[in-house]
Design a binder for this molecule. Sequence first.
Ligand SMILES: [Zn+2]
Length: 266
Amino acid sequence: MKQKKVLRSIASFILVIAMTFGVILGMSMGIVAQASTTTSTITVGGTDYTLFTGFTATDGTAVDNAFVYGNMVDGNTSTSFHAFTSTAYVEFNSDEPIIPKGYIFNSYSADYYKPTGWVLKDKANATDDWTTLSFYSGQTLSSGQEFQYACDNDGNTAYKYFRFEASNTANNIWLTEIRLYGSVPDVYYTHLTVKAATCTETGIKQDCYQRNDGKYFTDETGETELDESDVIAPLLAHTGVHHEATDTNIEYWQCSMCNKYFSDED
Ligand SMILES: [Zn+2]
């Protein structure tokens, strides 16, 4: 029994080290850009809105320096995105759909490297086409580092995916952050795509929509509800591969899919 415990703690220790190294590696390479969205209140023209800070960056202009695109949506204005191109972009998404009514972007310098044009695009689902929410060109931004614009979203449409493009003719765009303000829809649906279950994650049996109360539907109208059992594919059993005891370890099984260790075949 003691040996099993030791084996398990060694396995957990290795896992923790591997995860820590993965995070450090990801951060140093600038590829992990997951920031969960935090909210606060902002008053614009006498109306209170929710200010959304920090998003998950999914794509952007690659740069030859440490100032990667993810820095623009990490909720931290002391990190920045610095591209030596005429147009630079970042694509990002919020944790949940939001109704954007405006945005705030920040420049690195109060005087230099600012865009003269920019576009904010959005879409509700990852597979939708982008629509343009806000577009400016030929601008000369005033001195200062924070620039706030209202969006034309009169229909109060909710979106989850965003793309911000900035441009200037100096081929030198340096920005620190973009935040959105607006509101959270009372009822919203998240699109679920078919995926196979694994031994660590349940799967999705059919493309459908999950409402924010947790219920499943065939579309975004909430008309035809689906049973959870028709949507969620249960976890698969682990696939234990047997390893004989040696001088240094007891007999154990390791799952060939998730690599977890087990002291018995099940
Ligand atoms: Zn497994």
